[in-house]
Design a protein around this ligand. Sequence first.
Ligand code: PLP
Length: 418
Amino acid sequence: MKLDSTVPPPASRLRNFGVNLWAEFSSLANEHKATNIGQGFPDFVVPEFLQEEVRKAVAKPAANWYTRAQGHPRLVKELATEFSPLFNRNINPMTEVMTAVGAYEAIYAAITAFINEGDEAVIIEPHFDCYAGDMELSGGKLVRVPLRPTGDEKFAKNWKLDKEEFEAAFSERTKLLITTTPHNPVGKMFTREELEYIGSVCKKHNVIILSDEVYERVVFDENEHVRIGGLPDMWERTLTVGSAGKTFSVTGWKIGWALGPANLISQLQHVSSCSTFTAPTLLQEAVAGAFEYERGVAQTDESYFKWLSAQLQKNCQMLADAFSDIGCTPVWPDGGYFMLVDTATMGWDFTDLKTGRCYDVDCVKWLTREFKLATIPISVFYGDKNRHLAAKYIRVCFAKSDGTIEKACQIIRSFKKK
Ligand SMILES: Cc1ncc(COP(=O)(O)O)c(C=O)c1O
């Protein structure tokens, strides 16, 4: 398209922005009316208790007005009550909690608040894409360290950091370490020992930790969700990000939060106060009610969090079985929404892997077009240097309704026949 020369060009910080990954793959899925197990949004019906919280909220006049910019008072109090025992400390709701328009905004605020032009953030690769865009907007640079499969690569827990490589990534320019557990897209949950190690390196280099824990409520088997901000000496340097969208399977609500020490949280609030000012009051009120409800049923069969982990593990098993049946190899996750699947056996030529050419993008487009099954390529979660590590994997999301999972399994089993 020819640009109108009378209009000034966009800011140079946007120079590397093109079509957004999610927009591209979502529109492809829609165009082909594909069964979507790509993007991480649950498509099941909102449970009755959440619907009830919205009805109760909308009936309260003040829940329809602007609320406190740093976070709706009822929600920040709920979050402090919910997370204080999980971090083994008394979290101050007014100074150590900020609510945001989804985890996205909390991440944007954290990066904008601490990254100057030329600063670096070490990040564990593959990684969710938004950190890269936020760093670019701040003029910072991501230094990527890949998780490397060790031993049996069919288990996410065997994807590990190489300590030498990890430590070499830190320099005097490093301001942040960005980590995600449960991991998107690998499905790994970092163990206490791994997080203690990561924390000790961050402490040595005096680096702030941005810990994205949006999938914290989806935990399989005996795995434990360990919060790095709850480890000894770590609260002071850690910002922990969460999402009501992922916690209660209502991604369209876009309510998120950041927890951390007051001196860090107050900086995020500066960014938020001049971008969104406040997240929607109505939904903050409803999320507060949802946490209160869940706490009341936590140890019972009514617990939403218990149901969610069990349901998603069942879905994950169904998809893993379907892929295994056709000779693909799933990478079994510890928790979260996603599973990697090695598609090298699907008849595609992967002999070029070492050149960095990524077949996964073609593979995903082909599956969407020919089989009406939408997934996500993994190479888009990598920088250029390590992209070749990913080319044989696709990402599937199992946070889907029974109907979507059954349809997806049927389609996967039909791959063989084509
Ligand atoms: C790792 C990770 N962090 C953050 C987000 C964004 O969360 P929210 O929808 O609450 O903005 C996502 C969404 O997919 C994600 O996968």
